[in-house]
Design a protein around this ligand. Structure first.
Ligand code: HPA
Ligand code: ZN
Length: 338
């Protein structure tokens, strides 16, 4: 039996991937205040402490209300660069070797910030991290599901000059009342352009939304997927299709998707043969980055060495990185855990 200390140490040294990360959700309160001041944009909160004190959420919408307020200070390319570089610097120190990052263009377009401004800042930071540290990356444009499909189509038009920078598309924001099928046609258009597709499903929404994501949208993976466990047939389909679930433990705790980390379903997912991975979602709001999520699972959910290994392997195999790179990281993991 390996001690928790051994597992914590292994989780630190092992190469990790991040497959579910909203770049706007990495906006630390300190940096938000600094950029707000730089851009002369007023914030609703008087201080960093007052803002952080508001990070008490009972559901997804509580969080989203603050998330959209926070991102409203991002105006210029350099803001998007600084935000992205701050995140990449942090996770590089945690031995994250590959990131797949969501951004929410509609959350900025609605404030008059051009698509080009957003994506150029984010992409330049990703390129710099790749050059400096060899960190590989994919970029995922996410559609806001509380808006219309027409708005998603307009966003796709704006993205077309930048398609060589965009690897996939996602679906996020308020889940309840906005099922995946609402976006069927726009996802078909994205797939026709050669983009990968993922969607948030089963975070708060029912198993039916996960069915729609798989059978109608034909997603390449599922973000969250917690509520899929309520439906045995759905579990069998996810397993048979080897769909990766990008699970976010600390996010689930903060948004009351789970009551306690000791009740987190990630061990059940693994036991059912599902390809669960560990991710941080919106780390500035949810209490920690990649390492903190692993620490929580080791300390509170009692994952064992075999489960830790499986989670790390799933993060590599479920990513969209090149096959050759996957083999390299899998070899490293194998020797670390042997
Ligand atoms: N769920 C849905 N939408 C989001 C999230 C999330 O966890 N984070 C940012 N947008
Ligand atoms: Zn998310």
């Amino acid at each position: 039996m390996d001690s928790k200390d051994t597992l914590l140490q292994l989780s630190k040294t092992m190469p990790k991937t991040e497959l579910h990360l909203h770049i706007e959700g990495t906006f630390e309160a300190e940096q938000m205040f600094a950029i707000a001041q730089r851009n002369q944009v007023p914030l609703k909160y008087q201080s960093v402490e007052a803002l952080k004190a508001a990070y008490q959420f009972t559901n997804l919408q509580d969080f989203l209300d603050l998330y959209y307020q926070g991102m409203s200070v991002l105006l210029h390319e350099v803001d998007f660069y600084d935000l992205t570089m701050a995140y990449l610097t942090k996770v590089h120190e945690e031995n994250v070797v590959h990131v797949e990052i969501f951004f929410d263009p509609q959350g900025h377009l609605s404030r008059g910030v051009a698509f080009e401004t957003q994506i150029t800042g984010i992409y330049r930071a990703l390129q710099d991290a790749q050059q400096q540290w060899g960190m590989s990356f994919k970029l995922i444009m996410s559609f806001l599901r509380h808006l219309s499909e027409e708005s998603a189509f307009e966003t796709l038009e704006l993205a077309k000059p930048f398609l060589n920078w965009i690897d996939g598309v996602g679906l996020d924001s308020s889940e309840l009342g906005h099922p995946p099928e609402k976006f069927l046609r726009v996802f078909e258009a994205c797939q026709a352009l050669g983009l990968k597709v993922t969607a948030h499903a089963g975070e708060e929404g029912p198993p039916e939304y996960v069915w729609q994501a798989i059978e109608q949208i034909k997603v390449d993976r599922i973000d969250h997927g917690n509520r899929a466990l309520e439906d045995e047939k759905l579990v069998a389909v996810i397993k048979e299709q080897e769909l990766t679930l990008t699970v976010c433990p600390l996010s689930n705790l903060k948004l009351c998707v789970v009551n306690d980390m000791t009740d987190h379903p990630i061990k059940d997912m693994l036991a059912l043969g599902l390809k669960a991975t560990v991710n941080s979602d919106d780390p500035a709001y949810f209490g920690g980055y990649m390492q903190a999520n692993y620490n929580a699972l080791i300390n509170d959910s009692d994952i064992n060495k075999a489960e830790l290994y499986q989670l790390a392997v799933n993060g590599i195999t479920g990513s969209w990185m090149d096959q050759e790179l996957k083999y390299q990281h899998l070899d490293t993991l194998k020797s670390l855990f042997s």
